[in-house]
Design a protein around this ligand. Sequence first.
Ligand code: PNS
Length: 160
Amino acid sequence: MSRIAVVPGSFDPVTLGHIDVIGRAAKIFDEVHVLVVHNPDKTALLPIAQRVSLIQQAVSEAGLTDNIHVTSWSVGLLVDYCTEVGASVIVKGIRSQVDVAYETPMAIVNRNLAGVETVFLLPDPGHAHVSSSLVRQVASLGGDVSPYVPKAVAAFLQQG
Ligand code: PNS
């Protein structure tokens, strides 16, 4: 039986830190579903379909396409998607204690809802300061985001 993991997030936009975690998950699990989910607590910059397209380009750029599937989910709980595709694990990247505090309640709720466990992975410390919100802010003020995002994302944000 193949082990399927879901890497969910807003990915608005995907960063090099996200790609690092996705790559690590792809080495551990047979199949990895990168899932773009709308987060109602955040104001979005990019439409969901654009985020999916940029992740697809970024995983391809990183040579990671083999066991990675990129899609979005908007019709219910994250664990509903996990059940639908037979995923028993959610993977999240942890940059700091702030992320642990943010992720822990969601991990427990997802386990209580459907028995789906969450695995926390540590990205390369070089990405510890990188966040989508920082990238959105720097890009909106005309700064260079290329050190923080895949080439496809930098190119997309620079033309906008
Ligand atoms: O990248 P983000 O914004 O931190 O990702 C958070 C996200 C989208 C994964 C989270 O908000 C989520 O899982 N939303 C789906 C709705 C859901 O299942 N909520 C209950 C469990 S937390």
